[in-house]
Design a protein around this ligand. Structure first.
Ligand code: B12
Length: 169
């Protein structure tokens, strides 16, 4: 992929950056290490795929630029892919989104989100934690969130409440 041909506000992107309801994001260590997991998730969203996009920041681009790009799209749901190299940036991103978009649903997934204890500070301010492979789980969860809206108790059956969020193993 030519990075210059698919930038949204300077951020590499894939998919619908006009009116997405779901934005999938990661802070990559470097542009050449694109996030394969997010591409699997997008490809498995079914009819929701055209309503979603991927934005990939990098540690060099910084969290404020990525947060600004997400906020400008005003999605209802943001899914963040957390790995060991973007643990700190993911927390900063959640904090920024919570201030600017208090009603947005924030879903965490990815290798670093999959194995930490549920009461870990990483999950503060996160609504849903989806552990492990999420290819077939994310679409149904997004549909559920869009149907039910808040509060989270409407999502019974999707998991259990952990320290600060709803969790699915
Ligand atoms: C390929 C790979 C690499 C490649 C990356 C190539 C690329 N362009 O992506 C290379 C060799 C460069 C690499 C390097 C490193 N890697 Co590596 N790598 C892997 C490996 C083997 C596969 C990753 C992959 O693509 N999987 C396939 C995709 C489809 O799966 P996935 O990313 O896990 O995504 C799924 C789920 O996690 C989940 N998910 C992911 N994101 C999200 C987001 C949301 C919202 C939701 C709901 C779900 C979700 O759903 C996805 C689909 O099922 C994994 C081990 C493994 N078996 O997974 C390690 C792994 C990811 N790497 C790891 C590490 C530590 C590193 C390095 C830091 C090593 C180092 N010391 O330098 C570097 C840094 C990478 C970087 N980005 O700069 C660790 C991460 C640990 C952690 N807790 O985060 C892993 C898990 C290996 C391990 N067991 O320790 N790596």
């Amino acid at each position: 992929m030519n990075p210059d041909s698919s930038l949204y506000q300077g951020i590499p992107r894939v998919g619908n950056t006009i009116d997405p309801i779901l934005v999938l994001v990661s802070v990559n260590a470097g542009y050449i290490h694109g996030n394969l997991g997010l591409r699997y998730l997008l490809a498995n969203l079914g009819e929701l795929e055209p309503r979603a996009c991927i934005l990939e920041g990098t540690r060099r681009l910084g969290v404020p630029a990525l947060a600004a790009a997400i906020i400008s799209l005003a999605p209802r749901i943001v899914g963040i892919s957390v790995s060991i190299w973007n643990h700190k940036e993911s927390r900063e991103l959640v904090a920024a989104l919570r201030v600017a978009m208090p009603e947005v649903w924030i879903i965490f997934g990815g290798p670093e989100a999959s194995y930490l204890p549920e009461d870990h500070p990483l999950f503060e301010n996160v609504d849903v934690l989806l552990r492990g492979e999420a290819d077939l789980a994310l679409g149904p969860l997004v549909r559920e969130l869009l149907d039910q809206g808040r509060p989270l108790v409407g999502c019974q059956g999707w998991g259990f409440e952990c320290g600060t969020c709803l969790c699915r193993t």
